[in-house]
Design a protein around this ligand. Structure first.
Ligand code: GLA
Length: 406
C-alpha cells in the first residue's frame, strides 16, 4: 500500500489493529526489571531465574513489579526453517523453560528484538520474520516485546509500516503481549505509537546514571534532560498508551554498563528518590536496572515506596504537567482517580535548599477549599492548608505530595 495512505490511516486512528483493540493491555504503566544495562551480554537461564527469585524475595513483586525483560544479546542463529533460537550456551534449555519459571513465580516475561535485519548489538532482527517471530514468542509464553529501531531507515513511513506489520502479527497470535517500541523519540512516536497498536514508546535516547549531562544527544541524556523531553507529551499518555523516558537508574551507583558511559558515575540517594518520584508523576514505565539480587536498604526503600508507586499506577493514567518553571524551581501536578492530586516540588539547584510554593488556586484550580497534604517520602501527613503550600526542598530533591480536597 502507498506509504502516505498507511501513515494517514494510522494518524486518523483507522488502522485496523488500533480500531479493533478490545482489551486494554498495560492499563497502568508496566513495572519490572530490564536486563540490558547491568548485564548486557552476560545473561543466562540462571541469571533470569535468579532475578525472578529476587523479585519475589525482596518484596519487589509485592510492591507491584511484574515483568522480567530480557534485552539484547539473548539470541543465537535462526534454524534451517528460519526459527529464531536463543544462544545455546546462555539458554541451553531454550527460552520457554525460562519464561515458564518466571510465570511460576507469578511474574511475566519479556523479550527484545529489532524491526530491522539486526538488533542494536548486531543480533538477528525480526525484519522479514515478523509472523514467525511473533508466533515463536507467543509459543514461548512471552508477555512483553521491546522492539528496537537500530539499522532501520530514518523516515517515519518505514517506522509506521514496519511496526504495524509486526504488531499485526503479534496480535494475530491471540496472546496478550504488551508491545514497547523503541525508536528513541526520533520520529515523534507519541503521534502514531498507540495507533500502530503499541502500548509504549521510548521518547528519549538511552538514560545515563547521572542527574544531568548538560547536553542532549545520542547516548548522553541524564535524568533532567529526559524529564524535559516529557513536558508537553501529557496528552499522549493514558491507559494502554504510555510515553517511556527509559529505565530507572535507581541503585546503580555507577555499576551499570551503558549507563555509566562517558563519566556518568551515578547519582545520590536524593537524586534516585527524585527519579522515582518524577517517573511516577510522569506515568512512565518503572523498569528497574540495578542488581535486584543484591540491593542495599536505601535502594529497596526507594524502589518499593508503595505510596509513590500508587501515583504511578493510578488508574486514571494521567501524566503530570509542569505548572511552574521558575529558575530552578519546578512543580509537577498529576490528577488522580479519587479526585486528589499528586504533586512534585523539584529543586534543580544542586547547592541550595529552596522554598517552593504551590498555589492551590492557580496551579490546582482549588479555590477556597482546605486541603490535606501528605508527604509520600516521609509517609507523614503535613496537616491542612489553604491558599498555598510552601515547603523547603533540598538540592536535587523532588518532594512528593498527595493533596486531598477537604
Ligand atoms: C538500544 C536501546 C537500549 C538497549 C540497546 C540494546 O540502544 O535504546 O535500550 O535495548 O539498544 O542493544
Amino acid at each position: 500500500m502507498n506509504r502516505i495512505i498507511i501513515l494517514a490511516i494510522t494518524l486518523l486512528g483507522l488502522n485496523p489493529i488500533y480500531a479493533q483493540q478490545e482489551k486494554i493491555l498495560a492499563p497502568t504503566p508496566p513495572m519490572g526489571f530490564i536486563s540490558w544495562n547491568l548485564f548486557e551480554g552476560n545473561i543466562s537461564e540462571d541469571i533470569v531465574k535468579s532475578l525472578a527469585d529476587a523479585m519475589v524475595e525482596n518484596g519487589l513483586k509485592d510492591a507491584g513489579y511484574e515483568y522480567i525483560i530480557l534485552d539484547d544479546l539473548w539470541h543465537g542463529e535462526r534454524d534451517e526453517n528460519g526459527n529464531i533460537q536463543p544462544d545455546p550456551k546462555k539458554f541451553p534449555n531454550g527460552i520457554k523453560v525460562v519464561a515458564d519459571y518466571v510465570h511460576s513465580k507469578g511474574l511475566k516475561f519479556g523479550i527484545y528484538t529489532d524491526i530491522a535485519e539486526k538488533t542494536c548489538a548486531g543480533m538477528e532482527g525480526s525484519l522479514g520474520f515478523e509472523t514467525q517471530d511473533a508466533q515463536t514468542y507467543a509459543a514461548w509464553g512471552v508477555d512483553y516485546i521491546k522492539c528496537d529501531y537500530c539499522y532501520a531507515p530514518k523516515d517515519v513511513w518505514t517506522a509506521v509500516e514496519r511496526y504495524t506489520k509486526f504488531i499485526e502479527a503479534v496480535r494475530a497470535t491471540d496472546r496478550d503481549i504488551v508491545f514497547a517500541l523503541c525508536e528513541w523519540g526520533q520520529r515523534s512516536p507519541w503521534l502514531w505509537g498507540e495507533r500502530v497498536g503499541a502500548q509504549l514508546w521510548r521518547t528519549t535516547w538511552d538514560l545515563r546514571d547521572t542527574w544531568e549531562h548538560g547536553r542532549y544527544g545520542q547516548g548522553y541524556n541524564g535524568i533532567m534532560e529526559a524529564l524535559d523531553r516529557q513536558v508537553g507529551l501529557e496528552q499522549y499518555a493514558g491507559p494502554g498508551h504510555w510515553n517511556d523516558p527509559d529505565m530507572l537508574v535507581i541503585g546503580l551507583k555507577g555499576t551499570g554498563s551503558s549507563s555509566s558511559a562517558r563519566g556518568a558515575a551515578g547519582c545520590t540517594s536524593v537524586e534516585y528518590e527524585a527519579q522515582m518520584g518524577l517517573w511516577s508523576l510522569l506515568a512512565a514505565p518503572l523498569l528497574m536496572t540495578c542488581d535486584i539480587r543484591d540491593m542495599d536498604a536505601d535502594t529497596k526503600r526507594i524502589l518499593t515506596n508503595k505510596e509513590v508507586i500508587a501515583i504511578n499506577q493510578d488508574v486514571l493514567g494521567k501524566q503530570a504537567s509542569r505548572v511552574l518553571k521558575n529558575e530552578q524551581k519546578e512543580i509537577f501536578v498529576k490528577p488522580l482517580a479519587d479526585g486528589s492530586w499528586a504533586v512534585g516540588l523539584l529543586n534543580r539547584n544542586g547547592n541550595k535548599t529552596t522554598e517552593i510554593t504551590l498555589d492551590l488556586s492557580k496551579q490546582l484550580k482549588i479555590n477556597g477549599e482546605k486541603v490535606r497534604v501528605r508527604d509520600l517520602w516521609l509517609h507523614k501527613d503535613l496537616g491542612e492548608f489553604d491558599g498555598t503550600v510552601a515547603l523547603d526542598v533540598a538540592p536535587h530533591q523532588c518532594r512528593m505530595l498527595r493533596i486531598e480536597v477537604l
